[in-house]
Design a protein around this ligand. Structure first.
Ligand SMILES: C[S@@+](CC[C@H](N)C(=O)[O-])C[C@H]1O[C@@H](n2cnc3c(N)ncnc32)[C@H](O)[C@@H]1O
Length: 334
């Protein structure tokens, strides 16, 4: 069944596409993995170069119509898998010149008012990007007040999580909270501060979405597995949109590169085997002011890139340990 979209149907402007393609350097061809296919912006651009091959993944099946078009046009050079990127190592035995992640939601998902991602909609609280066991409705109506507070505080970085979660519990004892506008009303009534920069529901919606889709566990497993499938010299490219994602990526790139600080308490001294990346410059690339004007969504985007070293893959257990408090939170059940 085709879901109704808004006027933005079919329009997702790929963020920092010129920068991503430049880093991929596809002029002489190469094998590329696009882990967050979406509307296929990056894949389409890479396939314009004749000698390239692209393996793409996306957990959501709204993207099938875009993937099918590319399959028709590039029969021998494009393969698509409707899978989560935490399983990216299972889809191909090839080694890649670049593996790309463009995290979060596409504009098409956000603007599809039936899916419950947008606090501007009045749809059922769902928020699944596909292949989840949970919905936002289940979380909001069945998780304990303490779990809701932790989820909203930690994944939404929301200062008023305590009040919001108490009010959710209070309201749901009267009747089930079913729709996004019902949740928005509870959040508005809970907040003291008058926020001007962002909508008062942004942080809570972000938190529930991260929890429903287990986005932290997905990201950690995805970037670890990407280092397994990259060629030596291959690029791991990640475009992220909020600080939790960026902290994870930065920690991984900095602490598993050849020039990492030896005094880092999370790594054993002189353990040369864990240099998954060559020297890392700890630099973020941001969208140009022109792009931000054209595509406001790119304002919060940060692009980081690390180069795979020639060292054998060894599982970076320290990355998992460092963010275990977040992945444990994602494992909570009602
Ligand atoms: C920002 S969009 C990507 C847009 C894409 N770069 C383009 O140019 O059209 C993010 C996409 O990643 C997908 N996604 C998010 N988390 C995922 C995961 N863990 N595994 C696979 N796909 C995921 C979403 O469903 C969404 O379609």
């Amino acid at each position: 069944m085709k879901l109704p979209h808004t006027s933005l149907e079919g329009k997702h402007l790929p963020v920092m596409i010129d920068e991503v393609i430049k880093i991929c350097n596809p002029k002489k061809g190469g094998n590329f993995m696009d882990c967050t296919f979406g509307a296929g912006g990056y894949s389409t651009e890479l396939l314009k170069f004749e000698e390239t091959k692209v393996v793409a993944l996306d957990r959501d099946n709204y993207v099938n119509e875009f993937a099918n078009k590319l399959k028709d046009n590039f029969k021998t050079r494009f393969i698509f898998h409707n899978k989560k990127f935490s399983k990216l190592d299972l889809v191909s035995t090839n080694k890649f010149d670049a593996v790309i992640f463009d995290l979060g939601l596409s504009s098409i998902q956000l603007d599809d008012l039936t899916r419950g991602f947008s606090f501007k909609s009045k749809s059922e609280l769902n928020m699944s990007m596909g292949q989840t066991e949970l919905s936002a409705k289940k979380v909001i109506n069945t998780y304990s007040g303490k779990d809701l507070k932790d989820i909203i505080k930690i994944f939404g970085e929301e200062d008023e999580a305590s009040k919001i979660s108490k009010n959710i519990v209070k309201e749901r004892t009267k009747k089930n909270i079913k729709t996004t506008d019902e949740l928005v009303k509870i959040i508005k009534n809970s907040k003291k501060k008058n926020y001007k920069k962002i909508n008062e529901s942004t942080k809570t919606f972000q938190a529930i979405r991260i929890f429903v889709n287990k986005e932290v566990s997905e990201l950690i497993e995805g970037i670890i597995k990407a280092t397994k499938v990259l060629k030596p010299g291959g690029r791991l490219i990640v475009v992220s949109f909020h600080s939790i994602e960026d902290k994870i990526i930065k920690f991984f790139f900095k602490n598993f590169s050849k020039n990492r600080s030896r005094s880092n308490k999370y790594l054993p001294e002189n353990n040369d085997k864990l240099s998954l990346f060559d020297d890392y410059k700890n630099k973020t690339i941001k969208a140009s002011s022109d792009e931000v004007k054209r595509n406001p969504r790119s304002r919060s985007a940060k692009l980081r890139v690390a180069i795979r070293s020639a060292d054998t893959f060894i599982d970076p257990e320290e990355l998992r340990n460092k963010f275990k408090h977040l992945t444990d939170l994602e494992k909570r059940i009602a």
